[in-house]
Design a protein around this ligand. Structure first.
Ligand SMILES: NC(=O)c1ccc[n+]([C@@H]2O[C@H](COP(=O)([O-])OP(=O)(O)OC[C@H]3O[C@@H](n4cnc5c(N)ncnc54)[C@H](OP(=O)(O)O)[C@@H]3O)[C@@H](O)[C@H]2O)c1
Length: 338
């Protein structure tokens, strides 16, 4: 076992889009697990958009990171030292390891991962993002065959799962994605009926024209992943009694999407179209995770649900990969291999 571990910390709060100087790199002696704890050697780390929010000192659904704290995140790895009877050395576990080569976890916080499933699926298609898609679509999207669903960040782990589940439920699925290659992947790999490149449209009205052509019967479900220009383009196309599961607003996470005031238009449309708009955070729904795994894991294993990963090698490269993720530099679930 190495004597040292490394971790990446929040060095300072970003002003706008994060830069490498906002992160710290530290090496220090490997900790020992206490009673009821395990030491995990991280093999894969998840990079997710929500981490950007944790870097700000603002009130949210979770407390912000403190300066000097390890960057938050889920990892998967093996127990290398154990003081928990039910988690012997060698067990593959997933938990909140943070951006670190090793982590001490309470046994109750470490979830044993089924070795017959791909290891990194724990972080994406069968982990938090996949479960978010499955839960939000059922509870707040309430899809019905023949309806039309639009989703941006469509080739990411949330978007790809929503798209595939909606397609299987008989909906017309329309992807919004960044660039021609992601649009091709949305259609060819994830089975979307159409894909629109938001980067090819300078403003919301141009994007709206393209969306109107791709959605001749209007939009029944807009799965909100991004906000910004896409939201502005979508709202006037919503059908009466449409649903908007509000999952994320990544276009605004770094405060860099300009200051267009869309509020009157958005709120008026919610009223006149009698829309159901549901914000949700997946941590309120974890009770349903075993049901999700039971239903979706066999479909992933059988290849009925497809997934894509963007793997970065080495903890030292996590910062650049995370910064890239925030502006669409990832194609598929962003994962760091340690
Ligand atoms: N509510 C919850 O509990 C919950 C749980 C998980 C995730 N989420 C949210 O779900 C969303 C998707 O997460 P994910 O893990 O699947 O992310 P992801 O798709 O892997 O990565 C984010 C993607 O957002 C797109 N994007 C970034 N800036 C954009 C902009 N200005 N306009 C349009 N698209 C932009 C980029 O894709 P393109 O290159 O295709 O534009 C980028 O690849 C995020 O907003 C995340 O915060 C919420």
């Amino acid at each position: 076992m190495p004597e040292q571990m490394t971790r990446i910390t929040l060095a300072r709060r970003p002003a706008g889009t994060p830069v490498p100087e906002d992160f710290g790199h530290e090496t220090y002696p490997l900790p020992e697990p206490g009673d009821g704890e395990v030491l995990v050697k991280v093999e894969h780390l998840s990079l997710d958009p929500y981490m950007r929010g944790r870097m700000n000192a603002v009130r949210s659904y979770s407390a912000p990171l403190e300066i000097g704290e390890t960057m938050t995140g889920q990892g998967i790895g093996r127990v290398v030292a154990s003081k928990a009877d039910d988690l012997p050395v060698g067990t593959l576990v997933t938990g909140r390891t943070g951006w670190a080569s090793h982590a001490v976890l309470q046994a109750a916080e470490a979830q044993v991962w089924d070795e017959s499933l791909p290891q990194t699926a724990a972080l994406g298609v069968l982990g938090m993002p996949g479960f978010t898609a499955w839960t939000g679509l059922r509870e707040y999207g309430r899809p019905r065959a023949g309806e039309t669903l639009v989703i941006a960040a469509a080739t990411g782990p949330v978007g790809a799962m929503v798209g595939q589940l909606a397609k299987a439920a008989g909906l017309r699925t329309v992807a919004v994605a960044g660039g021609a290659e992601k649009c091709r992947i949305a259609v060819d790999t994830f089975g979307f009926d159409a894909a629109i490149d938001h980067r090819a449209h300078a403003d919301a009205s141009s994007l709206r024209k393209a969306l109107a052509e791709a959605c001749p019967d209007g939009i029944d479900i807009y799965w909100e992943n991004v906000g910004g220009k896409v939201l502005e383009a979508v709202m006037p196309l919503m059908n009466d009694h449409g649903r908007i599961p509000v999952c994320g607003t990544i276009a605004w996470y770094s405060g860099t999407d300009g200051d267009t005031d869309r509020l009157p238009m958005v709120w008026r449309t919610v009223l006149t179209r009698r829309l159901s708009v549901n914000g949700f955070i997946i941590f309120d729904h974890w009770d349903g995770y075993p049901d999700f795994l039971r239903e979706v894991a066999p479909k992933v294993t059988a290849g009925e649900i497809t997934w894509l990963e963007d793997v970065t090698e080495g903890l030292d490269n996590a910062v650049d990969a995370f910064i890239a993720l925030l502006s669409g530099g990832n194609t598929g679930k962003a994962v760091v291999k340690l």
